[in-house]
Design a protein around this ligand. Structure first.
Ligand code: HEM
Length: 365
């Protein structure tokens, strides 16, 4: 995180500034497009290193994350074929994405650069390079630096999976965060004040864009707001388990191999875990000892236990960068005060639709 935050903050800062500059009063911004582009660039920097961050690769990564999202069935409930003719939707989607879209979107240049880098890293390990690619190569290469074609393909598959898990999910939550900021202007003011007071107390200038991991850790109101949005956005399910033997759960026998989907909504809204659970309170978690990345039975946004999301600390840092940059340059509003849920069963991975309006802070843009 010490290294990642200073690397990704300028991306958030610059791209949000551009988004605000081109926004027009009273006209909704293309929020999803902007958050995905920001996340694609940040993810490339973290996973592949800054050398890969060019507009062509950003486009490839964006398209690939969408391909994997579709392949995994995230948009299935929105497709007529997916809802009514599943047996046909499944092979068609598979063939279309695996045989055509993924090879097309990886693109020759990106695939070749990655392939060459994997070979070079295997032959001469780069000890100081802590990109995901270098880590995977070190984990899979034999001591003499050999990597079979199959292993290289497997590394590529792992990278694609990580890209999807990181980019799509965090971008969707960034959209959720923005809608909740728009619905709670009081929170916008208090988070903006928090950001500028932290930065000025550290004798750095908020306006000169120096934000590091310490700044992010001190942002306790922002952290609390993120946790509250993740709790309140309304998911029904977001994790799954399958027992490896028959087990008893709540008086029922769950047979080995069956899929168990905890209804997350019931935990989030249970008075057992939180007072007045149906009320949104952005500062609720300040001083509670519970941070946005801390999982528990009343907070399953990042899963639970051994299989909980390994990217959650990074995700929360990225969400904080988004809030800091967005509030630094603008105030956000939701046209009509309403948004539409596109897939009630998949709230955590399918962003809502609505019209976000942006009002600039003239002092910064
Ligand atoms: C706000 C953003 C994110 C949310 C809400 C989220 C949520 C989740 C959830 C609910 C799970 C399942 C956990 C379980 O079964 O207990 C999961 C798994 C996973 N997440 Fe995330 N995630 C986010 C961001 C990220 C990021 C940034 C990365 C990568 C850097 C990542 C990588 C993964 C991986 C690899 C798994 C599978 C872990 C395993 O099965 O062992 N996620 N995530």
């Amino acid at each position: 995180m010490q290294k990642v935050v200073p690397e990704i903050w300028p991306i958030f800062d610059q791209r949000v500034r551009e988004m605000v500059e081109i926004s027009q009063p009273g006209k909704p911004v293309e929020l999803q497009h902007h958050v995905q582009a920001i996340m694609a660039e940040a993810t490339i920097c973290i996973f592949f290193g800054q050398g890969y961050a060019n507009s062509k690769n950003v486009k490839s990564v964006l398209d690939l994350a969408e391909d994997i999202a579709e392949l995994l069935g995230i948009y299935q409930n929105q497709s007529f074929l997916g809802r009514n003719l599943f047996w046909l939707w499944k092979p068609l989607t598979w063939a279309q994405i695996v045989l055509f879209r993924i090879p097309l979107h990886i693109g020759f240049t990106f695939a070749r650069t990655l392939w060459t880098d994997i070979s070079d890293m295997a032959k001469s390990p780069r000890k100081k390079d802590d990109s995901l690619v270098n880590y995977l190569v070190r984990a899979y290469a034999s001591p003499d630096g050999h990597l079979s074609v199959r292993t290289r393909m497997w590394i590529m598959v792992l990278i694609l999976t990580f890209l999807f898990a990181s980019l799509h999910q965090t971008a969707t939550i960034m959209v959720w965060i923005t809608y909740h900021l728009a619905l709670h202007p009081d929170c916008q003011n208090s988070l903006r004040d928090e950001a500028s007071s932290i930065v000025s107390s550290r004798e750095l200038s908020y306006s000169s864009s120096i934000v590091d991991v310490q700044t992010m850790q001190n942002a306790v109101k922002t952290d609390s707001f993120i946790r509250e949005v993740l709790r309140m956005k309304g998911d029904l399910v977001n994790l799954v388990r399958a027992p490896i033997r028959d087990i008893e759960l709540g008086g029922y026998i769950v047979p080995k191999g069956s899929l168990v989907f905890p209804v997350t909504h019931l935990s989030y809204r249970s008075p057992e875990f939180v007072n007045q659970p149906n009320e949104f309170s952005g500062a609720r978690w300040v001083g509670s000892g519970k941070s946005a990345a801390m999982t528990g039975p009343g907070y399953l946004a990042f899963g639970l236990g051994r299989w909980a999301c390994p990217g959650r600390l990074l995700a929360v840092m990225e969400l904080k960068c988004w809030i800091f940059a967005l509030l630094k340059y603008s105030k956000v509003d939701l046209d009509g005060g309403k948004y539409e849920i596109l897939d009630p069963f998949n709230i955590t991975s399918v962003p809502p639709r609505g019209d976000i309006l942006i009002e600039r802070w003239e002092s910064h843009v």
